[in-house]
Design a protein around this ligand. Sequence first.
Ligand SMILES: Nc1ncnc2c1ncn2[C@@H]1O[C@H](COP(=O)(O)OP(=O)(O)OP(=O)(O)O)[C@@H](O)[C@H]1O
Ligand SMILES: [Mg+2]
Length: 277
Amino acid sequence: MSAALLELRDLRRSVRLPSGDDLHILRGVDLRVESGDHVAIVGRSGSGKTTLLNLLGLIDRQSSGDLLFDGTDVSQLGERRRARMRGASIGFVFQQFNLLDGRTALENVMMPLMYGTAAQFWRRERLAREMLDRVGLADRAEQLPSRLSGGEQQRVAVARALVRRPRLILADEPTGALDVTTGEAVMALLDEIARDSAAALVTITHDLQVAALSRRSFLLDAGTLHDVGATGAGEALAATGGIRAGRRAVGTRDAGPGPSADEPTAAPQQAGTEARR
Ligand SMILES: Nc1ncnc2c1ncn2[C@@H]1O[C@H](COP(=O)(O)OP(=O)(O)OP(=O)(O)O)[C@@H](O)[C@H]1O
Ligand SMILES: [Mg+2]
């Protein structure tokens, strides 16, 4: 059997609380994700979804267990190699878009290419314009994010996440700050672009319509992942009391440990430690 794009074996993550106690957030997660897969992960608030995504995105390290990316055990790699891998192979989409304000849509999308290969660097404007065109915003390239609607900002963020053609796309509540129709449109776009490029897409969501778009759904509960099939996310989530009435309003922050608004994009920023060669 060839190596999966992503393979998790008995992945655990615990953190030490100020009281001195350990909080066991992930208690043995197993998962295989192949190229072209679209996986949704649901779970109630505080169940560890963002914690898991930060491990998949090589932002945090597991406490124990294996995380293989393309057959490589990434826990063995140093920070520089992890950052390089993250920049080259992983694209992130966040609930709050995390665009740099004061920079145009085009500049935001060009940003990851500053840390890309030499060819990506020299062609950065053209590549960024092509991606903006792909998400339907070619005519808004020179606009500042603050002048764009929420849905448009998330499309810029999608363009930025995908401009380096990552093999894995990680989306943490990508529709959480959008209205239903806009959220569906953004999700359909993300799904379509991921499929075109045979990238794997892992989406964390409270939104059952979003989960329904994926091929497989998992419930994260009590620190482990449970396969709930293509359509079982609703029932499974309801059983844990995790369905939210309505969506979070724009401006409410995710309480999780994920990158904050001041840390616009984990991928491009962290990749910044890697000098362009
Ligand atoms: N570094 C940390 N130190 C202490 N507690 C942490 C840390 N990281 C996560 N936690 C706790 O672990 C639990 C899981 O957090 P996480 O952000 O992964 O949940 P989530 O499923 O993403 O929730 P939400 O749906 O609200 O975003 C929470 O109770 C959180 O407070
Ligand atoms: Mg979260």
